[in-house]
Design a protein around this ligand. Structure first.
Ligand code: SF4
Ligand code: SF4
Length: 331
């Protein structure tokens, strides 16, 4: 069984399904969404953040690195800083252990199913009282199907509501099918309904994703759809029409649709991971509510429950919503 690293266990989360939840972020994803705001969950391997502001230029990391990735540079302002080239990094993490100021920190901890269960089940009382549970997220949980199945199964057996956040990418249907009896809620990220764009921009075909979705619908699974609204990628009238046609024709099988506007909060993490060059959305602004509302309204008119930005009923004087457009809560 392939065991993923865990980047974070987020307790008391209110965003990732109903009630109070614990969200488990697994590290590793086969898709390459260029807007990803959790870049630390893309690469399945361990890596480290480097925070220049915390670096005192002591050189301890330079001394222990077997790959010669770091060198001390004396600057005209009198400070000494590290210049870091990760090209030959062996991911040994000796530099992190050597750093006394926490200018370097490991991304991705090794945890067994038992470790995660111990932590997740400690909040069982909150789940019971709030109608919450545990959400397995990423990265992409289905990149580690046996692990995810085992974790979901143990949680389910303990009486915990289990949600999974996934792009439903697997090409073999059995991977998703195997979760039907242990997952209570599938939150499926549907990034585009244009096969060409999906493949060219994200690097993965759309067809298996739709086939898995259809399987979930046919099985009567509890499915929510997440649509990340990305400027210039999936926010044209043609994109909106495609979402409305597809999701509208399956409204009875879908618990709700969450429209999640692009934001660039993850940009700093690209820098701390040494991957600033790969971030293409620097300076791109979050779309205004007016841009999202036509899609929200059209989906609602098809009988779908819709949230915008994970917030209930975004209604302000600037939006064109009327009383009849009140949006619904995550269920
Ligand atoms: S993790 Fe990379 S940069 Fe750090 S000591 Fe090891 S090889 Fe050097
Ligand atoms: S060990 Fe830490 S504080 Fe010292 S030079 Fe390296 S990163 Fe900076």
């Amino acid at each position: 069984m392939r065991i993923p690293l865990v980047t974070e266990i987020q307790r008391f989360s209110l965003q990732d399904g109903p009630g109070i939840r614990t969200t488990i972020f697994l590290k590793g994803c086969p898709l390459h969404c260029p807007w990803c705001h959790n870049p630390e969950t893309q690469d399945a391997r361990q890596e480290f953040y480097y925070y220049p502001a915390r670096c005192v230029g002591c050189g301890r990391c330079v001394a222990v690195c077997p790959a010669g990735t770091s060198r001390l540079v004396h600057h005209s302002d009198g400070r000494t800083r590290i210049e870091l080239d990760r090209t030959n990094c062996q991911r040994c993490m000796r530099c992190v252990a050597a750093c006394l100021t926490e200018a370097r920190s490991i991304v991705g901890q090794r945890m067994s199913v038992e470790d995660i269960l111990r932590e997740a089940l400690s909040d069982s009382a909150f789940y019971r009282n709030s109608g919450g549970g545990v959400t397995i997220s990423g990265g992409e949980p289905l990149y580690f199907p046996e692990f995810t199945r085992q974790l979901a199964g143990e949680l389910h057996a303990a009486g915990v509501h289990v949600a999974i956040e996934t792009s439903c990418f697997p090409k073999n249907r059995e991977t998703v099918e195997s979760l039907l009896d242990v997952v209570d809620l599938f939150i499926v990220d549907l990034k585009s309904l244009d096969p060409r764009k999906h493949f060219e921009v994200i690097g993965w075909p759309l067809a298996p994703i739709l086939a898995n979705l259809e399987m979930l619908f046919a099985a009567g699974a509890n499915v929510r759809i997440h649509i990340p609204l990305i400027p210039g990628f999936n926010d044209s009238p043609a994109d909106f029409d495609a979402y409305v046609d597809y999701l509208g024709s399956r409204a009875e099988s879908i618990t709700g649709v969450d429209l999640l506007s692009f934001h660039s909060y993850g940009e700093g993490k690209y820098a701390f991971l040494g991957r600033s060059d790969s971030y293409q959305y620097s300076g791109v602004e979050e779309p205004p509510a007016e841009k999202t509302m036509p899609l929200a309204r059209a989906l609602k008119n098809k009988g779908l429950a819709v949230t915008v930005g994970g917030i209930v009923g975004i209604i302000d004087s600037k939006s064109e919503l009327t009383d009849g457009d009140i949006l619904e809560v995550h269920q």
